[in-house]
Design a protein around this ligand. Sequence first.
Ligand code: BG6
Length: 286
Amino acid sequence: MIELKTFPNGFRYLEIHNPHAHAKIALQGAHLFEYKAKGKPALLWCSDKAHFESGKAIRGGIPVCFPWFGKHKDDATLPQHGFGRTQEWTLVSQEEQADGSTSISLQLTPNAHTLSLWPFKFEATMHFSVGERLDVALEVKNTDSKPFELGAALHTYFLVSNIDNVSLYGFKDKVYYETLNNTKEIQKSELIIDKEIDRVYMNPEKTIILQDDTRKTTIEQTGSNSTIVWNPWTEKSKQLADMNDEGYKTFVCIETANALEDVRVLQPLQVHRLQAVYVQEGIVKN
Ligand code: BG6
């Protein structure tokens, strides 16, 4: 079942219930902010102080960074992570599948605002498959007559029992750029997080494993050769108004991306698909 719901302030989202899972997807940003598979713990973290308001990005779930990731490389006055997450997307298809999962697609095309920030015609579609596993894909088509550079990320906030219990696999021996101090380093072992980190890993394994105590989530990445791992830790958390000071303890962002040298150049009519499939394994807790 798919229902269109509205908060009292007019903010709209889709609520999906099927035999496998339930999920919520805001029309603004094509932003999935809740997903829970039957018999599994909630997959995603969402801040208690998240804004569900027109023009503001939601702190949690899966923000879609588009058409650039992070700060714009030439103009720091442009919105961080592009405009995709604060624009209203249009529901273009919804289907209950024979296996019980639900497919939903939302689309964004240019308007006066996007053209004022980024002078290109495009068709961006977010595809969701909500089932036993969660499958999300950003498909971007160049509908302009000139090429453009595309940066993007599926900026997923994973809910964890405690950041101290987390180990990430798939980054060992990989090069990363630490944004906090502009260094380029190599990851020597599996990744644990015991301080603020804001890293872009280049060419990680296609399957990343998030091990959290007895819970294991795999992230299968396609169309991406860069993954961001971000945790704001203590001081940055205090600076983020839409998050509790202790918020950093219960999430880690693992972002399937096209960032830094992994940005793509799309020729007219060319399509790029950035996809992440999240599979929860391990001990079942509710
Ligand atoms: C991460 C970036 O992807 O997103 C960080 O690497 C940034 O630098 C973080 O702080 C959160 O960004 P925002 O715009 O949602 O506060």
